[in-house]
Design a protein. Structure first.
Length: 55
């Protein structure tokens, strides 16, 4: 299924951090770079917004 490629696992990284791998197609679409600073906002009901911190 095409939708399966967008299913990701939440992985614990150390004591206080978690990460989710973002598909490379999305990273390329927005021109994001490795080590770029991002803003992560809790939108409630299991939704999160991610964007460049300079936007």
């Amino acid at each position: 299924m095409m939708e399966d490629k967008n299913i990701r696992k939440l992985v614990k990284n150390g004591r206080d951090s978690y990460y989710i791998c973002i598909p490379k197609e999305i990273v390329k679409k927005y021109g994001w770079r490795e080590r770029q600073k991002m803003v992560v906002k809790d939108k409630g009901r299991g939704k999160v917004e991610i964007f460049d911190w300079r936007s």
